[in-house]
Design a protein around this ligand. Structure first.
Ligand code: PGA
Length: 264
């Protein structure tokens, strides 16, 4: 795991946007794994800016989102399809047909999960997968106790997640308790994963993910198995890590190596 500790949420968003920019410049027809939630919004704003300035293009990109509420169709304002349209897709040159979000309105949600996996495979697999982390250590809607090799499936949300996401729903609005989510195995298949976390309320989950044991009790700890996982966090989200100075030291050394390689 590469642990990158930055000053604040703005730096985290810019660092994340740089990773996607580099990827798109290297491979115009990249397959991107995308995420919802509050954390990626600033990164998406940065990508929109760079797209509108013609620095990067999404014209050949295919995208797959991590998860969706079961029972909401894409026109529902709380659906993750709606979120993606509002926060990113409607503002960039991506082709809507190339964007995929698990179908929350699937007639048969079980077969829809297998179809989602097949679409990812047919696209050639995910090049870079963006992730957030829940306070309970979830990635996507893979809640604690999720199988570490799980695939896309229907998952029940924990009370903690339902409570955390209640802020997006009106008091009298139906809030789903079920989801379709990529599995942890699906996420681990991505060539690269980039997890962003900011704020003090993520500090415990971040410490469990990076320094805790590999355990289904903290689904994000599965990223310890990934060959190219970049954890980009601000000082507040890093505050419960034991080895902060070591991670910063590694980043300094990495930078020196990159500078040397660039000078060759
Ligand atoms: P947040 O959600 O970005 O809204 O904190 C992250 C997550 O639950 O994965």
């Amino acid at each position: 795991m590469q642990v990158v500790i930055l000053k604040d949420a703005a730096e985290v968003a810019a660092y994340g946007a740089d990773i996607f920019t580099t990827q798109l410049k290297r491979k115009a027809n990249s397959v991107l794994g995308l995420a919802t939630g509050s954390t990626p919004v600033a990164l998406y704003q940065e990508l929109i800016k760079r797209n509108q300035a013609n620095e990067i293009s999404f014209a050949e990109v295919t995208s797959f989102n991590l998860d969706e509420y079961l029972g909401l169709d894409g026109s529902h304002p709380q659906s993750y399809r709606y979120f993606m349209q509002q926060q990113l897709f409607d503002h960039i040159d991506i082709k809507k047909n190339n964007t995929h979000v698990p179908p929350g309105d699937a007639k048969n949600p079980i077969t829809a999960c297998g179809e989602y996996e097949a679409r990812i495979k047919a696209a050639g697999g995910i090049d870079v997968q963006l992730l957030g982390i829940g306070r309970n250590g979830h990635i996507g809607f893979n809640e604690p106790s999720s199988g570490l090799t799980s695939r896309t499936r229907v998952k029940t949300l924990t009370k903690a997640t339902i409570d955390d996401n209640a802020r997006f729903f009106k008091a009298d609005e139906y809030q789903p308790h079920l989801s379709i989510t990529m599995g942890i195995g699906t996420i681990l298949d991505a060539n690269k994963v980039v997890l962003l976390a900011t704020g003090e309320n993520k500090a415990e989950a971040v410490a469990a993910m990076v320094e805790g044991p590999l355990t289904a009790a903290c689904p994000a700890s599965a990223l310890q198995l990934h060959r190219d996982a970049v954890i980009v966090i601000d000082e507040a989200a890093a505050s419960k890590l034991k080895d902060i100075e070591f991670y910063k030291h590694i980043e300094n050394e990495n930078q020196k190596l990159l500078d040397y390689l660039a000078s060759l």
